[in-house]
Design a protein around this ligand. Structure first.
Ligand code: GSH
Length: 236
């Protein structure tokens, strides 16, 4: 059995989708970021970087318990455990890993920073907003270009690269206030395909069930937001 420590976030969504696609039995445990649960000693023992998602696999390598944090590392671990969604062909495997790394190093961080400055920062931050919007638009063009030439990010097969990128890409319209169907038609085709997968529907349902145990972001107090963003009294 695998335990997934998660919240209602895109990075958590990757792991819900992977576990459902791989048909692994799991239990999802909510980590309420707005209550500061990520900073509790029990969570820091799982991830010293105080983030979700984290998985604990009771049946890890050698039959022993294994803890994995960082969503990209979790996806690679699960793909290797199940031999699913990561080709054994060296070229295909390397290509999928490149796109997985692009998600981890660029798509997620740039969108995350853009959302932060657009929704949670004081309004006198035009430089930061313009900087992250430009970075997001650049990498979104890269994704759309790759999907113009390939069915999936890693080439001809659905892989952990798609699983990692989908939860962020599906939210692009709302985040950037653009018509994705018109502007990024290849991303649109690809997100529609993943949305229709039965595992994707199950993952969404599981994440929604977990969200019902968490403080809704719109109900967060200013103190809770300061703790989450490490600002005010919570700044180092
Ligand atoms: N690179 C990490 C990012 C994880 C991350 O930023 N998680 C966020 C939620 S999506 C989090 O735990 N935030 C809590 C905090 O920063 O205190 C991954 O992909 O796992």
């Amino acid at each position: 059995m695998i335990t997934l420590y998660a919240a209602d976030t895109a990075n958590s969504g990757k792991i819900f989708l992977a576990l459902e696609e791989m048909e692994l039995p799991y239990e999802a445990v909510p980590v309420d970021l707005l209550r500061g649960a990520q900073f509790e000693p029990s969570h820091l023992r799982l991830n010293p970087n105080a983030k979700i998602p984290v998985i604990v696999d009771e049946d890890g390598p050698g039959g022993r318990r294994h803890v994995v944090f960082e969503s990209g590392a979790i996806l690679l671990y699960l793909a290797e455990k199940t031999a699913k969604f990561l080709s054994s062909d060296p070229v295909e495997r390397s290509t999928a890993i490149q796109w997985l790394m692009l998600q981890m190093s660029s798509v997620g961080p740039m969108l995350g920073q853009f959302i932060h400055f657009a929704r949670f920062a004081p309004s006198d931050n035009q430089y930061a907003l313009a900087r992250y919007r430009a970075q997001v638009l650049r990498v979104v063009d890269v994704l759309d270009g790759q999907l113009a030439q390939n069915s999936w990010l890693g080439g001809e097969n659905y892989s952990v690269a798609d699983i990692a990128t989908f939860p962020w890409a599906r939210a692009l319209g709302g985040i950037l206030d653009v018509d994705v169907e018109k502007k990024y038609k290849n991303i649109w085709r690809w997100t529609a395909q993943i949305t229709l997968r039965p595992a994707s529907e199950r993952a969404d349902a599981a994440k929604a069930a977990l969200a019902s145990h968490l403080i809704a972001p719109e109900k967060a107090s200013p103190d809770a937001l300061d703790r989450l963003f490490g600002r005010g009294e919570s700044s180092k």
